[in-house]
Design a protein around this ligand. Structure first.
Ligand code: MSP
Length: 632
């Protein structure tokens, strides 16, 4: 039995945050669950490293794109290791083997008559790496913006290769019809159906304005569209086309786990690409919702795009995993609220689960010399507990198998409540007082066994906690589903240890949020008007402009600063302006910057320019004004 699960491959333009970690943590939970259930699992994650967005991020960081990607890919790998993610492989789209597969795949699409050349005219959102039609873009203050991320879009008019996506509409509709669970949850499936019913347009699959990508086979002036490149990772990682034996073992993927905003790529474009080369579509696409943090969208500028390790350090890895599954209904949007997290930690984990273990092991220590007692004859309350367990297990498995993770966990906690009821109802402390050791042994045995079942069911979600519980209750067998299926796995007289509480409660009154702390630090980065006034901004007129020999980027300018005299500055604008077009322009410069040497030339100031992605424009003056005029 094989099980192939994937996460999206992450863009390396910025470091991961709790939102990006969410997809991977959930995938890890599913992968661990399937392994536990006896499947041979292949769990894939990785990084998406080509395209304009990454190229721009590398440029902004002043780094060579490959070097930039190498650094970021390491950060993702390290994070997954720190979060104890059990991926079996980590793919990078700049891997040679992947790039070869992309070319092979696209060549096959060409051979199958699905690619043609045409002109693409339309809008493009670099942050989403998505083409948008005129009818799809929105307008804000007269500017066209992306309907998804609301950032400005760019007009693109290019000779491109196109994929005949429209040709696959009817087959896709059939797939959706034949398998109502092809895309889940159903409200996400309905969104996709609406798109299909509205008809599909062919997709531009190459770009010519930059080079950071996989060259189009036979036409290297074009690079393959980053999404086409990225989607192919799901087959290149398992050996397509060089190792077809291995590929066939795992393909089609059992589930592509993704966030809702990239559903169209996975549920429409990707299956069509696969059909084009004669491969089967994946078995399922599950599109989860988006997280906010303490009610706010996660974003760098808000200061809440925090490294997930900050949460883990504060609360513990298992607690974060538990909270993400329990409080954020899997499939829906949700809020990562630290206050709710603390409430869950205190109530569900420390009280319901931790205390039950604590009370039980304390009594085993005191009355049975820290050894698992022997169970005696069962009474009706014991049978009630066993029935509750049978029903819990059946429902738990069926919920987990249908990715209803939140409900599955709720079910386990309903069982914990039953075990607590059982414990309180059988009054073991009275049995101890009365010296009814046989009955006491039975009650404690059943409670320990119930705790074993709970820790086995929650093993994929809280692996470290479960293993700690195993140790304490004397379970040393292998971790597999057989031990879930029968009651009475614990061996009488195996050692039990009564340790410190499993979870430490946090006092909500005194509790400091990870997020709030960071935002306060952010605020202290604000500058005052006095700070700003230290910068001497002046209007300058460009008198002379010439390229610096042997430099691709630098231009030497002589500028007139009026009363401040004439100066030389060196600016990295050669890729954007011809020197002759600069002469006579009125620009803005920082006049009190310490001089610096660039390629042997002294720069006595810095000009101001605006940069957005591949574009750079000088800050100029609206009309004429005397050089040297102060800008404030
Ligand atoms: N590179 C593409 C995927 C290509 S797959 C062939 C991409 N990368 S991403 O880095 O932008 O996003 C990766 C995943 O992180 C997506 O599933 C996305 O939904 C998820 N998340 C990013 N921010 C998120 C939240 N705030 N909340 C939940 N998930 C979010 O898209």
């Amino acid at each position: 039995m094989k099980f192939y699960i994937t996460t999206p491959i992450y863009y390396v333009n910025s470091e991961p945050h709790i939102g990006s970690a969410y997809t991977t943590i959930i995938a890890d939970i599913i992968a661990r669950y399937k392994r536990f259930m006896g499947y041979e699992v292949f769990f894939l994650t990785g990084t998406d490293e080509h395209g304009q967005k990454i190229l721009q991020a590398a440029r902004e960081a002043g780094k060579d794109p490959q070097e930039f990607c190498d650094e970021l890919a390491e950060k993702f790998k390290k994070l997954w290791k720190d979060l104890k993610i059990t991926n079996d492989y980590f793919i990078r789209t700049t891997d040679d083997s992947h790039m070869k597969t992309v070319q092979y795949f696209v060549k096959k699409m060409v051979e199958n008559g699905d690619i043609y050349k045409g002109r693409y005219e339309g809008w493009y959102c670099v942050p989403c790496e998505t083409f948008w039609k005129e009818s799809e873009v929105e307008t804000r203050d007269g500017e066209k913006i992306c309907p998804q991320c609301k950032r400005p879009v760019k007009w693109v008019s290019e000779e491109n290769y196109f994929f005949k996506l429209s040709k696959y509409r009817d087959v896709l509709l059939d797939i959706f019809d034949n398998d109502p669970e092809f895309v889940e949850p159903d409200f996400r499936r309905n969104e996709m159906l609406k798109i299909l019913e509205g008809g599909l347009e062919d997709l531009s699959i190459t770009r010519t304005t930059f080079k950071w990508g996989v060259p189009m086979p036979g036409d290297p002036d074009h690079v393959i569209y980053v999404w086409v490149d990225a989607l192919i990772n799901y087959v290149s990682a398992i050996g397509y086309p060089d190792d077809m034996e291995r590929f066939e073992e795992f393909w089609p993927a059992d589930v592509h786990l993704i966030g809702k905003e990239i559903n169209r790529f996975h549920s429409i474009i990707w299956p069509a690409m696969l059909l084009s080369v004669g491969l089967e579509p994946p078995k399922k696409i599950f599109a989860h919702g988006w997280l906010t943090v303490n009610g706010q969208k996660i974003s760098k500028s808000l200061g809440n795009a925090i490294d997930p390790r900050a949460f883990v350090e504060r609360y513990g890895n298992d607690v974060i995993r538990y909270y993400l599954v329990r409080d954020i209904v899997f499939g829906k949007d949700g809020d990562f609220s630290e206050e709710n997290l603390v409430k869950r930690l205190n109530a569900d984990l420390a009280n319901d689960y931790g205390n039950l273990l604590h009370r039980t092991t304390a009594m085993v220590k005191k009355h049975f010399d820290s050894k698992v007692p022997k169970p005696g004859t069962l009474q009706s309350i014991d049978n009630w507990l066993l029935e509750r367990y049978d029903e819990t297990l059946e429902t738990f498995i069926s919920l987990m198998d249908s990715y209803k993770l939140t409900e599955a966990l709720e079910k386990v906690w309903a069982f914990i409540a039953d075990v607590n009821k059982y414990f309180d109802g059988t009054k073991p402390w009275v049995l101890a007082k009365e010296g009814n050791m046989e009955r006491l042994g039975t009650v404690l045995y059943n409670t320990l066994e119930a705790l074993l079942k709970v820790s086995l069911m929650t093993l994929p979600i809280m692996p470290d906690t479960s293993r700690e519980v195993f140790k304490r209750i004397g379970f040393h067998e292998s971790e597999n589903k057989e031990h879930l299926e029968k009651w009475g796995v614990l061996k009488s007289s195996s050692p039990v240890s009564h340790g410190k509480p499993l979870f430490e409660k946090i006092d909500l009154e005194k509790f400091e949020r990870v997020v709030r702390t960071v935002s306060v630090e952010k605020e202290t980065n604000m500058i005052t008007i006095e700070d700003f006034s230290k910068v001497d901004l002046r209007v300058a007129k460009i008198l002379v402009a010439e390229r610096i020999p042997k430099s691709k980027k630098l231009v030497r300018l002589e500028i007139d600063l009026g009363d401040l005299g004439k100066r030389q500055i060196v600016a990295g604008i050669a890729e954007f302006y011809k020197p002759e077009d600069l002469i006579g322009k009125l620009i803005v410069v920082v006049a009190n910057l310490k001089p610096a040497k660039l390629m042997g030339y002294e720069s006595q100031g810095m000009l101001l320019a605006a940069q957005y992605g591949d574009d750079l424009k000088l800050i100029t003056i609206d009309g004429d004004i005397t050089p040297g005029a102060k800008v404030s």
